[in-house]
Every structure is written in C-alpha cells, then in structure tokens.
Design a protein around this ligand. Structure first.
Ligand SMILES: [Ca+2]
Length: 458
C-alpha cells in the first residue's frame, strides 16, 4: 500500500506546515493496524439486522462520486466520475461505451494521488425528458479575477443534450450558473439535488479547506458562519427563473450583506446529501468532522449546524482542535441556536478501539424507500469512507430513529461481495433502490471504482 497523501477527504485537518508530520502518523498507524490484524474489512453480523447483500452492478470507474437518475423516462442512471466523466448506466448495469460528457479538459489539474477536486456533483433537471438539461459541479482552474494565492474555482454549470440525441451532452452548450473561488484544494463538497417539494436546485459547499476553518481565504468568524460568502453552506437557487438563476422568494438570508443563495449554514465539508423521497422529504446532510466527531444532520431552512463553533454536538476550538472545550456559545451571531446533528460517531483515529468509533470520515447516503429490502425501509443508509487511511476498509452504516425521536447507529452487515474499498458515495435509482460507490484506492488512479447494488440477502 503506497501512501502518498494522508490528508483524507474528510479530515483535511492539516495546516500545510503540519502536513508531513500528519502523513507519517497516518502511515505508521495504518501499518500498525495491518500488522496487528486489527483492520476489519467486513461489518460484524448483528442478529436483528435486515439481511442485505452487495451485488456488483457496474465497474471501470476511478472515483465514482454520484449516481443519479437521468429522468429520461427509461430508468437510465448517470455516473459521475471525479476524474472528469459522466457515463450512462442502464438499469441492468451496462455502461454505455461513449461518455455522456467528458470534462477532463475543463477541470483543474488533479493530483494523481489523493485529491478532493474534480467533478463532485451531478443532477439532471426534473424535466430532462422535455428540456435535456443537466447540472454539474466541478473544480475549474482558478479564474482570472481570483486571488492568485488561491487554489481553484468551484463551478456549477448547466449543459444540454445534442439536438436530437438524448444520450450525448453538447459540450458547447455549457452555461456557467455559479462560480466561487477556493483557497485550498480540500473541502469542496459539491453534491447537487433538486428539492422534491419545491423544484429548486440545492448545492452543498465546503468551508474553503485547510483545517479548523482557518487559513487564507477564511473569514475571521469562519466561512461557515459568515453570511457574506457561499462557503460551508447549503445553497438553494431557482434554475427555472432568472438568468442564470433566481433567488427563491422565501430563502432565509436576504438581508444587507447576506448572500441570498444561502439555505442553511455552519457546515464544514458536507460530503453527500439527499432528500428523503417519501415522508416530509427531509434533507439529510452528512458533514465530515475535523479530528473527533463525524455527523449527519437533518437540515432545515435557515438552520445553523455549528461549524466551526461546534464539531458534532461538542464545542470546538480551532486553537485546540483535539480537545473539545467545556463550553462554547449555544447560539450564533444572530442569536439563532446551533443545531446538533441527529447522528454523531467518534473518529477512529482519535478514539481507537471504542465501539462507537466507526471510521475516519462520514459519507452521506439515503433513507431507504425501495421495495426489495423490507427491513431497511425508512432507515438512513450511509457509511464511513474507511476505517483506516491506508487500507481500503469502508464500512456501511444504518441509522434508525426510535419512537422517542432519538437515533441509533449500527454497522450494516452484508452478504455477497466484499467492499474492499473506500466508500465514496451512494446512489438511488427511480425505484428507490440504493447503490454503494467505491474506489479501491484513496487516490485518483486506475479504474477500480465500482457500483454495488444493495439487494436482499439469503
Ligand atoms: Ca455540525
């Protein structure tokens, strides 16, 4: 196992100066676990868990970050690969040979090792069958107007299919919807989804990167708490009005000096979100923690999810990120409460051996609403990226809500294929069935990325 970058997708907790030291720590720790035989690749079987199996659905990707319906009326899915391609996958798992869209020449130059840039989000317009429009969030080269010291520019673009061919995107159709600059290469979030109730486009953004919500390009109160920029937030825009978009009338931050696109604030690196396709269509947002706690939030309009005043339900001090302070503000600068996550678990690197330390970086999933996995219905299926930086050991998790409203988390035992990968993301098809997206490596190399379907076990 070659460890090139130890700064995980999740953590990015390192100041540049401290990078080398942390890298070495990760390497030694990973080696230690392998040597001691302590790394578990499989979740442990739990008696009352639903019987679930992993079935290989499609392969040949590098780092699959999104798998979502094209809304073409034929059940076609779109796979977004971080390295720069969108591919069409039919319901049988057959990948169309011709790329749906290649953006490898429009994304910023990627590391061959670990990287958090590239194509990071995809959503087809709900009326794709009529208008042929799709949306892609990707890391573009730093734009001319940006500070020269910064790293790259996040770009949300609309593309349209070629006239008369719904299976190929016209590369010349790119219409830039929104751009914002990124001081560091990490914490770029990027998930996209249309709200099932309102039809607006939701966009997840990271806090600007580096670590602790500090560094160049970070606001003195933390970007995630700063209502004047788009970083560390959930954004919401109306793509069907205005040019290139309109701010929905009831967006919650429209005062002087506030960005009207903001829907919710106080997030660090919200790595994958989803709407519950049933019930009240709650918005589930996983947020990758700094050093100690990983979390999942149910995000509501105008909510403040705490970063970098809090990490999970604990106080956070950027000057002392490995020790949660005893006290901290309960409210933000507007007097609004900092909202605790619904689910929190410990980071294995900080809480080695503890039963509720599931991994080192949360990956957001979906509430299962399909028909095939009876026992999972209504539960939130998600994951930790890996139990170990150096060893591909993603772990499937499931969150379920008790009658009193509290949430319980457990590992989701599964039969069938072994994951042996880093769990990068999840996908959901039009029937509500779920897919697990993995990369065999923590780097952007090779084509060992896979899509597994969650199917009934025996
Ligand atoms: Ca939080």
């Amino acid at each position: 196992m070659i460890v090139i970058f130890a700064n995980t997708m999740q953590t990015n907790r390192l100041s540049i100066a401290g990078w080398l030291g942390k890298r070495a720590t990760h390497f030694i720790y990973g080696t230690f676990l392998v040597f001691m035989g302590l790394v578990s690749h499989e979740s442990s079987a739990l008696g009352a868990e639903p019987s679930v199996a992993l079935k290989l659905h499609a392969s040949g990707f590098t780092s699959p970050v999104a798998f979502a319906p094209l809304n073409d009326g034929k059940g076609t899915m779109v796979l977004a690969d971080q390295v720069g391609n969108l591919s069409l996958v039919n319901s049988a798992g057959i990948v169309r040979g011709q790329p749906f869209l290649s953006l490898s020449d429009r994304i910023t130059k990627l590391n061959t090792g670990f990287d958090e840039r590239g194509i990071l989000g995809f959503a087809a317009h709900p009326k794709f069958a009529q208008n042929g429009k799709i949306y892609v969030y990707y890391s573009a080269p730093l734009r001319i107007s940006a500070d020269k010291e910064w790293d790259h520019t996040s770009r949300l673009s609309e593309f349209t299919t070629l006239e008369g061919d719904s299976e190929v995107i016209d590369r010349a159709s790119e219409k830039v919807i929104l751009e914002f600059d990124q001081p560091y290469f990490n914490h770029n979030a990027g998930a996209l989804a249309f709200g099932p109730s309102d039809g607006f486009l939701y966009i997840a953004t990271g806090d600007g990167g580096n670590a602790n919500g500090q560094g160049i390009g970070h606001s003195s109160i933390g970007n995630s708490q700063d209502l004047g920029n788009l970083l560390g937030k959930i954004l919401r825009i109306d793509i069907d009005k205005g040019n290139p978009y309109a701010i929905p009338e009831d967006n919650p931050f429209q005062g002087r000096g506030e960005r009207g696109e903001l829907y919710a604030i106080g997030l660090r690196n919200p790595w994958r979100f989803s709407f519950d396709r049933a019930g009240n269509h709650a918005l589930y947002v996983a947020d990758i923690g700094q050093n100690l706690f990983e979390e999942v939030n149910v995000v509501v309009k105008g909510g403040n999810y705490g970063w970098n005043i809090r990490e999970g339900s604990h106080c956070f001090d950027p000057e002392s990120p490995r020790k949660a302070p005893e006290s901290c503000p309960q409210t933000d600068s507007r007097g609004k409460p900092l909202i605790d996550p619904i689910i929190e678990y410990k980071n294995l690197n900080a809480f080695r051996g503890e039963s509720d330390a599931y991994g080192i970086s949360v990956t957001g999933g979906y509430v299962y609403r399909g028909s095939r996995l009876e026992g999972l219905r209504g539960q939130y299926v998600f994951a930790d990226w890996s139990q170990n930086w150096a060893v591909p050991s993603g772990v499937l998790l499931v969150g379920s809500q008790a009658d009193d409203g509290s949430w319980r988390v457990s590992k989701l035992a599964h039969q069938g294929e072994s994951l042996n990968g880093y769990i990068v993301a999840f996908g959901e098809d039009e029937k509500g069935e779920l897919y697990v997206l993995t990369n065999a490596s923590n780097q952007l190399i090779n084509r060992n990325g896979k899509i597994y379907k969650l199917t009934p076990g025996s």
